[in-house]
Ligand binder design. Sequence first.
Ligand SMILES: Cc1cc2nc3c(=O)[nH]c(=O)nc-3n(C[C@H](O)[C@H](O)[C@H](O)COP(=O)(O)O)c2cc1C
Length: 153
Amino acid sequence: MTNTIHLLVGTTSGNTEALADHVQAILESHDFNTEMHYEPTFDSLPTSGIWLIFLATHGAGDYADSMLDFYDVIAQADAPQLPDLKYAVCAIGESCYDTFCAAGRHCDDQLTNLRASRLFERLEIDMMEDDPEEKASQWIAQSIDKLRSYPQQ
Ligand SMILES: Cc1cc2nc3c(=O)[nH]c(=O)nc-3n(C[C@H](O)[C@H](O)[C@H](O)COP(=O)(O)O)c2cc1C
């Protein structure tokens, strides 16, 4: 058995969903089990194992619509601790905003505050400059061995 990797999608207009689907296909080609969460609510997610979070920033540094409920939980002062969770964040935004990738940065910091373990460094994708699929593919390719080193959850 290989690891199950939970992919969380924070999108408003769909770009991030397409990117997460692309990464899911890569992971499955490496024999990982994956589960997509297109509208992840905190209560619907396992609090152990691996989350890969794909999160676009909207508004003025806000989480994209599909993860607003998730935000409401993890941003609370009394949010649940996550000591058994491993995670990594792919933050999506546009560099023309002062709040470039602010949601992904917040999510990454907040999960660390809640005692989750960052598996690898955050990827920030600038939709104005980058080829998102190429950047995300490289990010995942560098991380396959690390993902494989965690036991089945
Ligand atoms: C109304 C609006 C507000 C945005 N605000 C930000 C922002 O504050 N920071 C940022 O980095 N990108 C911002 N963006 C850029 C989005 O993150 C980018 O368009 C992204 O591709 C949207 O992903 P999605 O299609 O998955 O929702 C904004 C886009 C829109 C349309």
